[in-house]
Design a protein around this ligand. Structure first.
Ligand code: HEC
Ligand code: HEC
Length: 75
């Protein structure tokens, strides 16, 4: 009984570690400056009009930009 529970805990721990591993963490992504252009750009294709994502490490054109980069108001 306890052994099973123990394995389950190790499993959950391993999954948590693996899930946290990708180098891009949403919470730590650079904020988007609160400029007029950024307030209008809401879609990923808008972002690509100005940003050359291929030159940013770990980025691809299919990324959902706003999932990670949010506008920073008041900073
Ligand atoms: C009209 C052109 C334009 C569009 C559209 C645009 N950006 Fe930007 N972005 C810029 C410019 C220029 C800068 C740097 C100057 C500044 O600080 O405003 C910048 C800065 C940034 C930064 C900060 C970079 C740093 O060095 O910290 C991020 C992150 C960013 N943009 C993400 C996005 C995302 C995500 C989108 C789509 C929702 C987007 N941008 C749409 C022009 C644009
Ligand atoms: C999974 C989260 C995530 C997604 C999705 C994402 N980014 Fe990023 N982005 C980051 C992180 C984290 C950084 C900081 C640099 C790094 O570690 O790669 C970054 C850096 C940047 C920078 C450079 C900022 C600097 O200081 O030079 C720009 C510009 C940028 N991202 C634009 C975009 C655009 C445009 C998209 C959509 C095509 C996008 N990002 C999608 C997480 C993300």
């Amino acid at each position: 009984m306890y052994r099973k529970l123990c394995r389950l805990m190790i499993g959950i721990f391993a999954v948590a570690v693996l899930a946290g591993c990708p180098s891009r963490v949403e919470r730590y992504s650079p904020r988007i400056p609160d400029s007029a252009a950024h307030r209008q750009a809401v879609q990923q294709k808008n972002c690509l009009e100005c940003h050359e994502v291929a030159s940013v490490p770990h980025h691809s054109n299919n990324d959902d930009c706003t999932k990670c980069h949010i506008i920073c108001r008041g900073c």
